[in-house]
Write a protein that binds this ligand. Structure first.
Ligand code: PLP
Length: 445
């Protein structure tokens, strides 16, 4: 029998009904606890049930929850924009608020296009991206995404944007040795620009660390510096999609800080509100905004609920919580503990082929044979089986695409709230060990 009229991601599937959450734990209405080792979809960065956020929510709701952005601004939106400028540092100064990561990446592209229009280059409308990437599910964002499973059913409506190889060193798309390759994958951007013509390209978009589309792929040092240089030399804006990595997830406020690269536009979502409310943003540098601000036309973009004061107040409370509780530093520290523990498990279970990540964004790729990296014949079943066993054992894990075609690999993401304690990390490792043990048994080992 159906649980309710609510549409579920897997039709006919049963999902536990959650009654409440506290810290890194969620509890269903039968009282079972789940250690949220994925922060939902890498979102609940400050954990569940945080008092300060609830207070900010109530306080703002008492004042005003909604004003229309074309009629008014609000103190909450203004304060949040100032906080974003402070946390993103450098020249990143202007925030445009939307409601989801997909809207944020689409907005980033639309602003890039309007930037070039105001500079008298209206042909610059295309965006280049990598063929292992995820920038969102709306048509524009999906067009930029190299995520075959999510694109598949809509291909005729999508632009064929993704064209640059990802830095997937575990399975190099160019079959090169990562130690000596000279990062040819980054140079592909130059070849793409030559083919399409810089006059037609508004921007290049990339996730600093690839998430759902590759099971956490961290680029080698120097990779983003090289891409940024190519963008600059060709008059193309660099959009860093920090929807998953932003605000501490990788052990830095922005993942781009690892490589000292300053994007022209950054997108945020997920951790920006820790899941307490829908809000996301595109943040632009002065250089990007100047021609638009000096131009005669207003920005085309945004949504009815953009910059609504309630979401802005909640996001502000979440970002202050991240700062005041030093969660960026904690993410780096706990990330090291967890990676160490997971590496021990990789020695115990031969199906763990690779462990990669930064801070509390960790990917595990599963293989049939560790030495040859041979993927499982049924990769989706493997991912689902491990996640299913995890849920039974009270640990939530996040599925990711992997493999060179984004289909033939099997991977999960481990990304608990940045508030996780050392004791809770030990509990996480214990629950995942039990889960892996049970999965190993299904392999007849
Ligand atoms: N960009 C990245 C890097 C993401 O990981 C996601 C979602 O997973 C999105 C954009 C889309 O965000 P949303 O699901 O909030 O639309």
């Amino acid at each position: 029998m159906e649980q309710s009229s609510l549409i579920k991601p897997v039709l006919g599937g049963t999902y536990p009904t959650i009654s409440h959450g506290h810290g890194v734990f969620l509890y269903d209405k039968d009282g079972k606890d789940y250690l949220d080792a994925s922060s939902g979809a890498v979102t609940a960065n400050i954990g569940h049930g945080v008092q300060e956020v609830m207070e900010a929510m109530v306080q703002q709701a008492k004042q005003v929850s909604f004003v229309y952005r074309s009629q008014f601004t609000s103190e909450a939106a203004e304060e949040l924009a100032d906080k974003m400028a402070e946390l993103t540092k450098g020249d990143l100064a202007y925030s445009f608020f939307v409601n989801s990561g997909s809207e944020a990446t689409e907005t980033a592209l639309k602003i890039a296009i309007q930037h070039w229009q105001e500079k008298g280059k209206p042909k610059k409308q295309k965006v280049i991206s990598r063929w292992m990437s995820y920038h969102g599910i709306t048509m524009g964002a999906l067009s930029m995404s190299g995520h075959p499973i999510r694109r598949e059913r809509f291909t005729s409506m999508l632009e064929s944007y993704p064209s640059v190889s990802p830095p997937y060193c575990y399975r190099c798309p160019l079959q090169l040795d990562p130690h000596t390759c000279g990062m040819v994958c980054a140079s592909e951007l130059e070849a793409s620009i030559r083919r399409i013509g810089s006059d037609n390209i508004a921007a290049f978009i990339a996730e600093p660390v690839i998430g759902a589309a590759g099971g956490v792929i961290v680029p080698p040092d120097g990779y983003f510096q090289k891409l940024k240089k190519i963008c600059e030399e060709n008059d193309i804006l660099f959009i860093a999609d920090e929807v998953m990595t932003g605000f501490g997830r990788t052990g830095k406020m922005l993942a781009c800080e690892y490589w000292d690269v300053e994007p022209d536009i950054v997108t945020f979502g997920k951790g920006m509100s820790g899941g307490y409310t829908p809000i996301a943003a595109a943040v632009m540098t002065k250089k990007v905004m100047e021609p638009i601000r000096n131009g005669s036309r207003s920005i085309i973009g945004g949504h009815t609920l953009s910059a609504n004061p309630l979401s802005c107040a909640v996001s502000l409370a979440v970002l202050k919580y991240v700062e005041e509780n030093e969660l960026v530093e904690k993410s780096a520290d706990r990330g090291k503990d967890l990676s160490r523990g997971l590496k021990k498990l990789a020695r115990k279970y031969s199906f763990i082929g690779d462990i990669r990540g930064r801070g509390l964004l960790i990917g595990l790729e599963f293989v049939q044979d560790k030495a040859t990296k041979k993927p499982f014949a049924n990769p989706a079943d493997v991912t689902n089986a491990i996640i299913g066993l995890g849920t039974k054992n009270g640990i939530l894990l996040y599925p990711a695409a992997a493999g060179l075609d984004g289909v033939t690999g099997s991977a999960i993401i481990i990304s608990p709230p940045l508030t996780i304690t050392e004791e809770e990390c030990a509990e996480l490792l214990m629950r995942i060990d039990i889960t892996f043990q049970q999965f190993n048994e299904t392999l007849g080992k």
